[in-house]
Design a binder for this molecule. Structure first.
Ligand code: SAM
Ligand code: CA
Length: 236
């Protein structure tokens, strides 16, 4: 703890109370009305907890904007909320390749992408994502993506990570969702396949010199992995 007058500030990430979370949203969330409507419609679906948090969507859109991303990839679309945030941040001639296997959920996504006027930027591929990524690699698209968001079946995360790293350009950014897995990754007695998959990827990334790394404790935890140039790591 650092003492500043009578105040104490933490040099650790804060535990988020409901009150503080509401405050955070009240002073920072700029969720467009259409995204809010999509979130409200999705909230009526029993799987709604699969959707990213609104502040996370805004954060990823900022990252895409910061990078001047033109080519993006999303693995795990659901009803299209995260894709819509990212697609809005791409330029008019930008492209988001969106991978999912579920036609019903992605029909909702497409409805909102149309209404938002970004459907022309989004190329939905309804197939197992590993196959879509293999097809992109086989089609000569390695090294061409600026931004990748991984948010599908957790058991395949390590595979998506390797494929995505090849698809990213040097300096390109990967965001990997749910890396804190509601705290279960830190509970040794949790040994289900999803928890193990996330835990093992987290451990692998720590030692992976091909990337610069940060685990951002927004929502359920998002790892940012920046693809380093082939010549190797910076000095830190
Ligand atoms: N990113 C979305 C959002 O924020 O609204 C949430 C994605 S949800 C957590 C995971 C999605 O991955 C589901 O829509 C599911 O159909 C899809 N999925 C599961 N297995 C898949 C696979 N093998 N290939 C592609 N998509 C898959
Ligand atoms: Ca997720």
């Amino acid at each position: 703890m650092i003492k500043t007058g009578v105040m104490q500030m933490s040099n650790k990430t804060l535990s988020m109370t409901e009150r503080l979370y509401d405050y955070l949203l009240s002073v920072s969330l700029r969720e467009p009305e259409l995204l809010r409507r999509l979130r409200e419609e999705t909230a009526r679906d029993p799987h709604a907890n699969m959707q990213i948090a609104p502040e996370q969507g805004q954060f990823m859109a900022l990252l895409a904007e910061l990078m001047g991303a033109r080519r993006a990839l999303e693995i795990g679309v659901y009803t299209g909320y995260s894709a819509l945030w990212v697609a809005r941040a791409l330029p008019a001639d930008g492209r988001l390749i969106a991978c999912d296997v579920n036609a019903e959920w992605t029909a909702t996504a497409q409805r909102y992408w149309e209404e938002a006027g970004v459907a022309h930027k989004i190329d939905l591929r309804l197939a197992p994502a590993a196959k879509t990524l293999d097809a992109l690699l086989a089609g000569g698209e390695a090294g061409t993506f600026d931004f990748v968001f991984i948010d599908a079946d957790k058991e395949n995360y390590a595979h998506y990570y390797e494929q995505s790293l090849r698809l990213l350009r040097p300096g390109g950014l990967m965001a990997i969702d749910n890396v804190l897995w509601d705290g279960r990754v830190a509970e040794p007695e949790m040994s289900d396949s999803e928890t193990e998959a996330i835990r093992s990827l987290n451990q692998k990334l720590l030692g992976d010199e091909r990337i610069s790394l940060s685990l951002v404790p927004v929502a359920d935890g998002v790892t940012l992995a920046l693809k380093r140039p082939a010549r190797g790591a910076p000095a830190f």
